[in-house]
Design a protein around this ligand. Structure first.
Ligand code: UP5
Ligand code: MG
Length: 219
């Protein structure tokens, strides 16, 4: 009797494990910091070394901007060039779709680095409305870097990036938006004890050494 029961259980086990992994809630790390702080660079390094999927909200918006037939192309272009934050309805749909597609293609990919989001109160509300209970925000990786270093890095990149916002005029606006809208979001998470701050003004390797320490501590 017991042997038969154990036998049936062992038959069912793979399916149970499979179902559990399907039900795995997305685990999210928000990656924030000023324009050019190195968010994208460090996320790429993390992906090489850990099982995270990198989703840059800015990259998703730029993709949507150039998608033929997109009804938001012009609006996104204007916002990006002006350093303003695109209405969250657009961004959250792109993020949600990218997360769903990633998990559908490979159910083991449930750990996400969401880079450059949430940038303001509107973004945060949108996230809470659409994603509340559907994903766990583990912590915020905050790449802390002085404005001048940020501007210099983006101007340097602007020589070849083709990004319409890597010029001094757009950069001044991006910095203002960052200081006025994004820093308060980081401060809110700070009060919840969720921010892991890294001095991002150093070399890529030095910054990544700190990132590794944090990720290994967080598990
Ligand atoms: N670099 C990187 N690290 C370095 C280091 N340690 N030492 C020396 N050089 C370093 O790096 C920038 C440049 O610096 C690169 O040339 C790199 O080699 C070098 P990168 O890793 O790209 O920095 P990152 O922080 O990712 O800079 P990015 O320009 O992408 O930051 P932004 O936050 O400004 O851009 P994003 O793409 O996220 O957003 C663009 C716009 O989209 C926003 O301004 C906004 O208009 C819009 N947006 C929204 O509206 N909503 C969103 O949710 C997201 C974006
Ligand atoms: Mg980036």
């Amino acid at each position: 009797m017991i042997v038969a029961l154990l036998h049936r259980l062992s038959e069912k086990l793979p399916r149970v494990v499979h179902r559990l992994s399907v039900m795995m809630k997305p685990q999210v790390v928000f990656v924030l910091g000023g324009p050019g702080a190195g968010k994208g660079t460090q996320c790429a390094r993390i992906v090489e070394n850990y099982s995270y999927t990198h989703l840059s909200a800015g990259d998703l918006l730029r993709e949507e901007r150039s998608r033929s037939g997109s009804e938001f192309g012009q609006l996104i272009e204007t916002y990006i060039k002006e350093g303003k934050i695109v209405p969250v309805e657009i961004t959250i749909n792109l993020l949600k779709k990218a997360m769903e597609e990633t998990m559908k293609a490979d159910e083991k990919k449930f750990r996400f680095l969401i880079d450059g989001f949430p940038r303001n109160q509107d973004n945060l509300q949108g996230w809470n409305t659409v994603m509340d209970g559907k994903a766990d925000v583990k912590f915020v990786l905050f790449f802390d870097c002085g404005n001048e270093v940020c501007i210099d890095r983006c101007l340097e990149r602007g020589k070849s990036s083709g990004r319409t916002d890597d010029n001094r005029e757009s950069l001044e606006k991006r910095i203002q938006t960052y200081l006025q809208s994004t820093r308060p979001i980081i401060e809110q998470y700070e009060k919840q004890g969720k921010v892991r701050t890294i001095d991002a003004s150093r070399s890529v390797d030095e910054v990544f050494a700190d990132v590794k320490n944090i990720l290994e501590k967080e598990g």
